[in-house]
Each structure stands twice: as C-alpha cells, then as structure tokens.
Design a protein around this ligand. Structure first.
Ligand code: FKS
Ligand code: ZN
Length: 342
C-alpha cells in the first residue's frame, strides 16, 4: 500500500514533557518515524509518496478558526517575549472561571490546551500542517480507488479537540481525513482507534453526528490518560447517539482481552456499513511500551491487521502513538502486513 510521509516532522523535535513531576525529553520524538520508515522499507510495504498541499480549509472543517490561528502564531508570540526555549502550557481554567482567550501567550497556551503534553518549538506548526496534508493525501489516494493507504503522520492527532490541543496532538489528522471523506461524498465513515490511549478529541469532534462512527479500544480512563473521557457509558448524543462506542480495558490486558474488544468493535463497524474506514493506528499497546500498561506482543499486530482487513472496506491507516522505539517499526509493519495478507 502507498505510504505517505514527509521529512517536515523533523522540525518538531527537542521538545519536553512533564513526567512524575519532572521535565523530561518528550517520548513522542522524531526517531519514531525513522524506525517505522526503516521497517516498512525493509519489508517493501511501500511505495513511499509525498504529501500534496491541501491548505487549511479542510483543517478548518473540524477545527475552530481561533485555535488554528493560535497554532500558526504561537511560536512567534512566545519568542517575542524573548524566550528561545520550547513553549509549554501550564495554566488552565477551572470550572467557574471564564473561557477567554487572553492577550498573553502564556494565557493563550492554557486556553487552547488541556494538559502540558503539547510542547511547541520553531518547527511544530510546519510539522503539524505536513501531518494534516499527509492524512489528506491518504484521502486522495483512497478516493481515487486505492484499497488502502498509510498516512505516516507525526505529531499524532487523536487527542486534539476542535479548539484544544493535548497529549502530543495539535491537529486531529484522522478527524480531518474523516470529514474530507464526507465532503467528497462518503455517506458513512467509521473510525477505529486502536491506540492505547482513548481518542478523546476524535470522539468529541463527532460525538453528535451519525455519519461518522467512532470506536475506541483503550486503557480504562479510571487508570489512564486522558482520565476525563473514554468511559463505556458514552454512546454519542442527539443525532449521534449510538454512533460512539468505547471499549475501555484494564491495565495488564493482553491480546486475549484486547482481541475480544476488537471483535466487538468490528461488529459495530459492520453494522454501520461504512463507505470507508479510518484506523487511528497506535502501537503503544505493546508490552514494552515505556508509558503504557497493555501486554500485546509483536505477532499480535499481524492479527490486528488481518481482522481489520476482514471488514473489507477501503482503509486509511493514520499514525498515532507508540513509544517503544526499538519495536515500533516491527509493530506498525506487522499491522500493515497483516492487513495486506488478511
Ligand atoms: C506522561 C503523562 C501522560 C500523555 C500520553 C499521551 C499519549 C499520546 C498518544 C498519541 F497517539 F496521541 F500519540 N502522557 N508524561 O499515544 O495517545
Ligand atoms: Zn497513545
């Protein structure tokens, strides 16, 4: 299958996060893509394809204009205050406070985020735009008849809400792609999010809509980030009721439990009869992932790919998380190979 990739993600590097109360190098780092490229290249799963520029209009179909304006100017505003080190939000509103976009960049960073997981550097906005173009080029390929494609986006997207960044995510690449499929005439889209973490942004963006079914298999938010969304009792709302399905699983889950949830999610997707499938592909479900607590092993990703292939829909894979850098390439390549052989 075609693999869409751009080196522009490399500008989003040298950033940090908070872990156990300390500032540490971010787990979401450029080496992740290098390892994936190497593995898919070695197994000849390509060819590689450059993204086409799509501009911001398709991004603005799912994201608020003031949020995108903030993302595009944040680095300029941050450095105008004389700072040459990464920007990191650290102030948020509590319930009862006002939802105002302050003039100060420090206030804006808090207004447009839900955690300190989105560190911004000089090349972040360019990398984010490239990521959206990668996903949209995947939509182009599927729309022109490809059976499957892999959008190797970085940074990831599934935690980003319409107007809020968080959890390493700025623009929701999968949501932008799903909306683009709808705008090109798809009646029904399904998003299957297999990342270890709940895709709160994707759920939120489509929560009131019946055209985009969102299924999430993830660590129980009682135990795991993002903590405040992703529970089993979130079915969608209004016309979207019945079109969101969460499968939270406890820490320590192995493929037996995870695969059962995948079967349940696939049954739900079959009932939706989507014209096209999106897979938010995170491989941080891996047993040796440094920030995660599931127990999937590398051969399990072949099974995941094969099970998704059984849905027999045009499928766009969009890269999300996975931090065991030594295994991320194998695990992604196994998923794609399992799909192609399945
Ligand atoms: C540890 C605190 C919690 C947040 C984890 C973010 C996970 C991101 C992801 C994505 F796919 F978006 F990349 N960290 N410092 O894997 O879901
Ligand atoms: Zn994740």
């Amino acid at each position: 299958m075609k693999i869409i990739h751009s080196p522009r993600h490399l500008g989003h590097s040298g950033h940090v996060e908070l872990m156990n109360g300390q500032v540490v190098p971010a787990f979401e780092k450029p080496e992740r893509v290098a390892m994936i490229l190497r593995a898919v290249g070695e197994r000849q799963l390509g060819p590689f394809v450059d993204p086409q520029a799509h501009g911001l209009d398709p991004v603005l179909k799912v994201h608020d204009a003031d949020f995108i304006r903030f993302l595009s100017t944040a680095w300029e505003l941050w450095t105008a205050d004389g700072r040459d080190f990464p920007a990191l939000p650290s102030f948020w509103k509590a319930p009862g406070m006002r939802s105002i976009e302050p003039e100060s960049i420090d206030g804006k960073l808090g207004h447009f985020s839900f955690d300190a997981g989105c560190c911004m550097v000089a090349g972040t906005w360019d990398a984010v735009q490239a990521g959206a173009d990668i996903a949209l080029t995947g939509v182009d390929l599927i729309s022109s008849g490809e059976k499957a494609a892999f959008a190797l986006c970085r940074p990831p997207g599934h935690h980003a809400h319409a107007g809020t960044m968080g959890g390493y995510c700025f623009v929701n690449n999968a949501a932008v792609a799903a909306q683009s499929f709808i705008d090109r005439g798809a009646a029904r889209v399904a998003i299957l999010d297999v990342d270890y973490h709940h895709g709160n942004g994707t759920q939120s963006i489509f929560y009131a809509r019946p055209d985009v079914l969102v299924c999430n298999i993830h660590a129980d938010p009682m135990q795991e980030f993002p903590y405040f969304l992703g529970y089993a009792d979130e079915p969608g709302e209004g016309p979207g009721e019945g079109f969101n399905a969460n499968f939270p699983l406890r820490w320590g889950t192995d493929y037996e439990g995870w695969g059962a949830a995948l079967d349940a999610a696939c049954a739900r997707i079959e009932a939706h009869a989507p014209d096209v499938m999106l897979v938010s592909l995170g491989v941080d479900t891996y047993k040796d992932d440094p920030i995660s607590q599931f127990k999937l092993d590398s051969p399990d990703y072949l099974k995941i790919g094969a099970r998704i292939a059984k849905l027999a829909r045009p499928t766009l894979f969009v890269m999300e998380g996975g931090y065991a850098v030594e295994a991320i390439g194998t695990n992604v390549a196994n998923t794609l190979e399992g799909f192609e052989q399945g």
